[in-house]
Design a protein around this ligand. Structure first.
Ligand SMILES: *Cc1c(COP(=O)(O)O)cnc(C)c1O
Length: 405
């Protein structure tokens, strides 16, 4: 997830355009801004690149999720089905609108298991929120069928999978709404920012108002705007949008490099029969920000991760090692519902209930999974060296295992 790896002249140029007018805000100041509208331009560019009808920029991916949930009418007591493996922001957004995050198991796609989703549906279920983790996708055909059958909303958290596609369409543009994050470690970045994508005009109009204090943006100036509903300030600044504009124009270049580097590393790992790979519902659509692979057991996986760490090769296991952000196993704050403000007791009980269920099926996948981030700056030699180190580490651990059996 490497947008920051390739900052250069175009990012600087777009930021300087804004600095020259001094208008850092995305709305108003029509005269002094001298035709510079970076946020508007970026929204246009996003629609052009991804094929969405509408794009609403906001201040972060978390804000995009919160805005999308609100615009989709999800609120107090509604249940949102989401995966046990995601980033904490996904459930933060659900909680922030008063809804209940209903975690369910993932499968070997590392995203929602459609059967687990079916089993979790109740009369309170309002939305299914797949999270397209680590650059690749959930089984969207299966999830869309469930949404259709049960009249549920599909909200795609595509924050980690900018540029990935499913059957020809970009992730984030397939559900009722989708979100990207442009935070500092995402595929394209603007430091802090995010976007709500949608093909629904009603969702767009609500997102536009919600992210700017409920302004309807129809007044002759901001003071004359009406407020059809209560909103918040999740605006993006012109400076952030300027960086994003440069980055989105470089997306295809980033993706091509990612795919090349991913392919080269995968070819090396595939030589080891004990290594298997994440199932990808549409392999040609993988954005290849990560390579996610499995070993035969938790024991072997732990030993390999330790070996790689000793050799300074970055390869994370989201289940066990040094990562408290992405998997339910380490979310004690959610399991205890440790919010700063009081939740309604019913809501609190529901949150705790759903966060403390049995996730054995997810554990059995996550405790054998290693995810390696793909860098844009690797040389062919570096990929070869890294791949060989991983292969040697796996072979060493497998040999030790055999010797002790
Ligand atoms: C990064 C991320 C977010 C939130 O994005 P921010 O811009 O950091 O707020 C949400 N969901 C997932 C899956 C993410 O990886």
């Amino acid at each position: 997830m490497p947008g920051y790896e390739l900052f250069g002249a175009s990012e600087r140029k777009h930021v300087n355009d804004v600095m020259e007018t001094g208008i850092l805000m995305r709305y108003g100041f029509d005269g002094p801004r001298k035709g510079i509208w970076k946020a508007k331009e970026l929204e246009q560019a996003i629609n052009n690149v991804f094929g969405s009808k509408y794009a609403q920029l906001v201040s972060s991916g978390t804000a995009a999720l919160t805005t999308a949930l609100s615009a989709l009418g999800i609120g107090y007591g509604d249940e949102v089905i989401m995966p046990s493996f995601t980033f904490v922001a996904s459930f933060e957004a659900v909680l922030s609108v008063g809804a209940v995050p209903v975690m369910v198991d993932i499968d070997d796609t590392l995203t929602l298991d459609p059967e687990a989703v079916r089993k979790a549906i109740t009369p309170q279920t309002k939305c299914i929120m797949p999270v397209h983790m680590c650059g690749s996708m959930a089984d969207l055909d299966a999830l869309q069928a469930i949404c259709k059958e049960h009249k549920l909303i599909l909200l795609e958290d595509a924050c980690q999978s900018i540029g990935a596609r499913y059957k020809g369409k970009y992730l984030g543009t397939i559900g009722d709404a989708g979100t990207f994050s442009f935070d500092f470690v995402k595929t394209i970045t603007c430091a802090e920012g995010g976007v709500v994508l949608t093909n629904r005009e009603d969702v767009y109009i609500s997102s536009d108002g919600y992210s700017d204090h409920g302004h309807d943006h129809k007044g002759v100036d901001r003071g004359a705007d009406l407020h059809p509903f209560i909103g918040y300030n999740y605006r993006i600044s012109e400076l952030h949008a300027a960086v994003g504009l440069a980055q989105v124009q470089r997306l295809q270049e980033f993706l091509a490099t990612q795919r090349k580097n991913h392919g080269a590393l995968k070819a090396i790992l595939a030589q080891v029969p004990e290594i298997s790979f994440r199932r990808i519902p549409d392999p040609s659509g993988d954005s290849c920000t990560f390579i996610s692979w499995f070993l035969p057991s938790q024991e072997i996986t732990e030993a390999v991760v330790a070996e790689l760490k000793a050799q300074n090769v970055l390869a994370g296991n989201f289940y066990w090692f040094n990562n408290n952000w992405h998997y339910i196993r380490k979310w004690d704050h959610l399991k205890q519902s440790l919010t700063l403000n009081a939740l309604h007791p019913d809501l609190k009980a529901a949150v705790i209930h759903h966060a403390t269920k049995d996730f054995a099926a997810s554990d059995a996948i996550m405790n054998r999974c290693i995810s390696t981030a793909i860098s844009l700056t690797w040389t062919e030699e570096q990929i070869k060296e890294k791949g060989e180190k991983i292969v040697q580490a796996v072979k060493k651990v497998l040999a030790q295992q055999k010797a002790t059996v």
